[in-house]
Design a protein around this ligand. Structure first.
Ligand SMILES: NC(=O)c1ccc[n+]([C@@H]2O[C@H](COP(=O)([O-])OP(=O)(O)OC[C@H]3O[C@@H](n4cnc5c(N)ncnc54)[C@H](OP(=O)(O)O)[C@@H]3O)[C@@H](O)[C@H]2O)c1
Length: 271
């Protein structure tokens, strides 16, 4: 019997590429998104179905497992992928900016995971794959909210792996480097606060540089391949770097003193 994966944020980028890949590989795919009525690229087939799921809406989270079970009987893998970047100088951000960033990137993941743990326990198996980032292990200027949300996700995921191993529930995370998706379009929210001064040059250099880097980056298919590798890997491996330079930058982070590493990052970002 084919396995089933549930993907959040499947309307775009990494989520959509992962939905396509798993469907091609013969899996059943529950492609969840905020607005399935607007989806034009992922056509519904016998093994790919669209579902409405905003990860910040409790009423969506509570019903999603039974909806998918109606079509595919059971779910084997949860891929928490939905996320966005709240970006700019922290001084410009509001309490609402902080809350919204964490509501999607962290609390949404926790709330959906909370629905799945008893379900997987009762089935006697399951897997949870979370989407962190290379910046879940280091930081870049102007990305303090985004980075801290991914650092929170790293801590959450690592602790969860200890807890769920005894129930035969695998826990893994994907750590993409720059990937060419709509992340710097639809998923980038910059802070609007004209009263705060002093960051113009940094914003111009860094935000422009990041956008350019993402345009030259590999497409989301490389991450989809890594998700497939993680979903079919029965080892206890926790972290799966994905994309050009991801592995190398994380090794450098591990080996170099923080002050050296950060100097290199700042120089590279602020050119
Ligand atoms: N691209 C990169 O360079 C990169 C690098 C490292 C990590 N990542 C991570 O990879 C994940 C996917 O990003 P991407 O690059 O594929 O960007 P993307 O193409 O912009 O996709 C982001 C997805 O998240 C969805 N989303 C946002 N808020 C949501 C909510 N409240 N409920 C449900 N879905 C929501 C979006 O839905 P809508 O279509 O409704 O907006 C969209 O489907 C994110 O977690 C991101 O942090 C990306």
């Amino acid at each position: 019997m084919p396995k089933t994966i549930l993907i959040t944020g499947a309307s775009s980028g990494i989520g959509r590429a992962t939905a396509k890949l798993f469907a091609q590989k013969g899996w059943n795919v529950a492609a969840t998104m905020r607005s399935p009525e607007e989806e034009t690229e992922l056509g519904e087939t016998s093994n790919l179905k669209l579902y409405r799921l905003d990860v910040t809406k409790k009423e969506h989270l509570q019903n999603i497992i039974s909806q998918v079970e109606d079509d595919f009987t059971s779910i084997d893998v949860l891929f928490n992928n939905a996320g966005y970047g709240a970006v700019g100088a922290f001084e410009k951000s509001s309490e609402e900016d902080v809350l919204n960033q964490f509501k999607v990137n962290v609390f949404g993941v926790m709330d959906l995971t909370r629905q799945f743990i008893p379900y997987f326990k009762q089935r006697g198996e399951g897997m949870i794959i979370n989407t962190s980032s290379v910046v879940g292990r280091f930081t870049i200027p102007l990305y303090s909210l985004y980075c801290s949300s991914k650092w929170a996700l790293e801590g959450f995921t690592e602790a969860l792996q200890y807890e769920l191993k005894q129930f035969n529930i695998g826990v893994k995370m994907i750590e993409p480097a720059a990937i060419k998706t709509d992340f710097h379009g639809r998923s980038l929210k910059t802070f609007e606060n004209k009263d705060v001064k002093g960051y113009d040059k940094m914003e111009k250099n860094i935000l422009h540089g990041m956008k350019k880097r993402n345009e030259k980056a590999p497409g989301p298919e490389v991450v989809a391949e890594t998700v497939f590798k993680a979903a079919t890997d029965e080892s206890q491996k926790l972290r799966y770097p994905a994309g050009k330079g991801a592995e190398a930058v994380l090794i450098a982070r591990k080996l170099l003193p923080t002050s050296w590493f950060n100097k290199i990052v700042f120089k590279q970002q602020n050119r």
